[in-house]
Design a protein around this ligand. Structure first.
Ligand code: FDA
Length: 585
């Protein structure tokens, strides 16, 4: 039977993973179709923290400026506050999301981009609009039902919800970006570790002018310990800023074994009032929805011509803000590989590196996000709030920290330490930027014989750049005439790039001799790019005439420490590397 529609890549889902896969593929000129269940994009804020690595991806895909213009800037994200209600007592704060002066410096040194808060209902239209403008065909109200694959492609049956009928789409590859309940991942039989439904959460979106409680301690997150709350165990709730300071989202727990409560407007308003602690300010509840926290990751991200990305492969709580970020980064890792296989440049073996590179990251972030939840317990412990007791006792414990006693001094210290330890959730710069791929498992990384430098400091907290193959190209500000740009701006746009300096002429000629299109960037005095601050020379870990071959996703694939001994040598080494990367080795 002839399929009704034919394309190169069919993407199921228009969330962060699907939308960015579509954007990257269309940017690279790969025909693609997105089908998505509903008649609109995400209508609630959902994921929001957008880290520097994601901003680098969006910069390469040409939408960074639009996201910056629509997002809440980093400086308004950072005073994560612990309190008994927004109007009530403050228990302490932690400078978050790069707003601690030392971490801020680290952010500035690490990337040309800034973190921001971009709620998902604003992010998805930016990604999807740009994708459609560049060629993506988007089909709303279209549900994935099933697929069959053979040696040449995948035939997917979808349902048109408007017409109520089914039809088939034939694609060379299928991307399942259909979220935490992924039918594609299930049908592909992707092996999963972990557990679904470990906790219940309610999201309440509401309008309320809370400037008087928030503008002086601007933050994305306000953690509220609300003694006496009937739901959510110890009564901890999260008040999250959607737009400063009049649109908000509350995350409130419910007992998952008892099922979600009836989400009436009265119920939602009662939680808002409790966590805000002010009955005078008018509130308009816009929506409330229940969802479950999951703790799952796929061991393998693909089966034949079917690839999954985003929550389809990693499901975890929102702590550390990793969901949407990792989803976008998965898609970016996969898109250029599909492009090179589809245009015949690479062998399908290149696609195996997708699981090899991304599955360990998925596992790591699921573990990190869950650990962060556990690490909030000491804040409650410091107030003796974990053992069952009456709300009055908990209020008394909270009040006791103001006493002039030895016990109270100890309690104050414990509370300070507990809040400071939340740095692993709110300022984990290393978690955001230290993703390195291993040459042992990925053939798209060519070992250069150097030992793994590891990390000098805590790899979750501190970013450590390196140019060793498998790491993201280090960022340094360089210049071209009067223009200042990042080293990251010399790479990407769907191409490989060879970076070298004075003495790298053999490498440049070798790059030009490959079957693969390789852009070049020469950095040095009197060259196309200059390094006036010497930052690049300090970071590059190779000599002036050495070479870095950088993949379209900004990862170093191959490195040679020095100038090539001869033209022959340069060609032999670079050709060998390219063959390995493209799966022809
Ligand atoms: P995502 O779930 O965003 O997208 C899946 C897409 O697939 C959707 O477009 C969906 O319609 C479509 N789809 C699914 N099945 C389909 C089918 N059979 N056929 C066609 N289309 C199909 N994270 C966070 O950091 N902070 C938060 O507060 C929240 N809050 C939150 C609330 C709710 C209600 C949800 C559902 C999720 C969150 N999250 C969150 C998680 C965050 O939204 C998530 O990590 C990312 O959106 C993951 O992006 P994906 O693109 O992988 O999936």
């Amino acid at each position: 039977v002839e399929p009704d529609v034919v394309t190169d890549v069919l993407i199921v889902g228009s969330g962060p993973a699907g939308a960015s896969a579509a954007l990257a593929l269309s940017t690279y000129g790969v025909p693609n179709i997105v089908v998505t269940r509903y008649a609109s994009l995400a209508d609630t804020p959902r994921a929001h923290i957008t880290n520097q690595r994601t901003m680098e991806v969006l910069r390469d895909l040409g939408v960074e400026e639009e996201v910056v213009a629509k997002a809440t800037p980093q400086r308004l994200m950072g005073d994560t506050t612990f309190c008994t209600s927004l109007a009530g007592e403050e228990l302490g704060r932690i400078r978050s999301w790069g707003n601690d002066p030392l971490v801020q410096a680290a952010h500035e040194l690490a990337s040309p981009t800034r973190m921001c808060d971009m709620p998902q209902h604003l992010m998805e239209p930016v990604l999807v609009d740009a994708a459609v403008a560049r060629g993506t065909h988007l089909r709303f109200g279209t549900v994935y039902k099933s697929f069959v694959q053979d040696d040449d492609g995948v035939t997917v049956t979808v349902e048109d919800r408007l017409r109520g009928d089914e039809y088939t789409i034939r694609a060379k590859y299928l991307i399942g970006a259909d979220g935490g309940r992924s039918q594609v991942a299930e049908d592909a039989g992707l092996p999963m570790g972990g557990q679904m439904g470990v906790a219940g959460s309610i999201n309440i979106v509401f309008d309320m002018d809370l400037s008087k409680y928030t503008a002086h301690r601007p933050s994305t997150l306000y953690w509220v310990l609300a003694p006496g709350a009937t739901v959510g165990g110890i009564g901890a709730g999260l008040v999250r800023c959607v737009r400063p300071w009049n649109e908000w989202l509350i995350v409130w727990g419910y007992d998952v074994t008892a099922g979600a409560p009836d989400l009436t407007t009265e119920y939602a308003e009662s939680i808002v009032r409790r966590l805000v602690g002010d009955d005078e300010i008018p509130v308009t509840v816009k929506s409330s929805s229940a969802w479950t926290v999951n703790e799952m990751y796929a061991e393998t991200y693909s089966n034949g011509r079917v690839f999954c990305a985003g929550d389809a492969t990693h499901r975890h709580p929102p702590s550390n803000g990793l969901g949407s970020n990792t989803s976008i980064q998965d898609a970016y890792n996969l898109a250029w590989k599909l492009k090179l296989v589809l245009d015949g440049t690479a062998s399908p073996g290149l696609l195996d590196t997708y699981t090899a590179e991304r599955a360990p990251i998925g596992r790591q972030i699921v573990t990190r996000a869950n650990k962060s939840i556990g690490e909030t317990a000491p804040v409650f412990e410091a107030l003796d709030g974990l053992s069952p007791q009456t709300p009055e006792q908990l209020w008394a414990n909270i009040a006791a920290r103001k006493d002039d006693t030895e016990a109270a001094e100890k309690q104050r210290a414990k509370l300070r330490e507990a809040i400071a330890f939340k740095v692993y959730e709110f300022n984990a710069h290393g978690v955001d930027l230290n993703q390195r791929y291993s040459a042992e498992s990925s053939s798209a990384v060519v070992p250069d014989g150097t030992p793994d430098p590891g990390f000098d400091r805590d790899p979750e907290l501190y970013h450590q750049p390196t140019s060793r193959p498998g790491a993201k190209l280090p960022h340094a500000w360089i210049t071209s005439g009067t223009r200042t740009l990042s080293t990251l701006d010399t790479v990407g746009r769907g191409r490989f790039t060879l970076l070298t300096g004075i003495g790298g002429a053999h490498w440049l000629r070798a790059a030009g001799a490959q079957d693969l299109e390789i852009a070049t960037a020469v950095i040095g005095p009197g060259q196309e790019y200059e390094d006036p601050y010497g930052d690049w020379a300090r970071l590059r870990e190779v000599a002036d005439g050495g070479a870095l071959l950088v993949r379209p996703d900004g990862y170093v694939a191959f490195r040679h420490a020095t100038a090539a001994a001869s033209q022959e040598d340069a060609e032999r080494l670079l050709t060998g590397a390219v063959r390995r990367i493209l799966g022809h080795g």
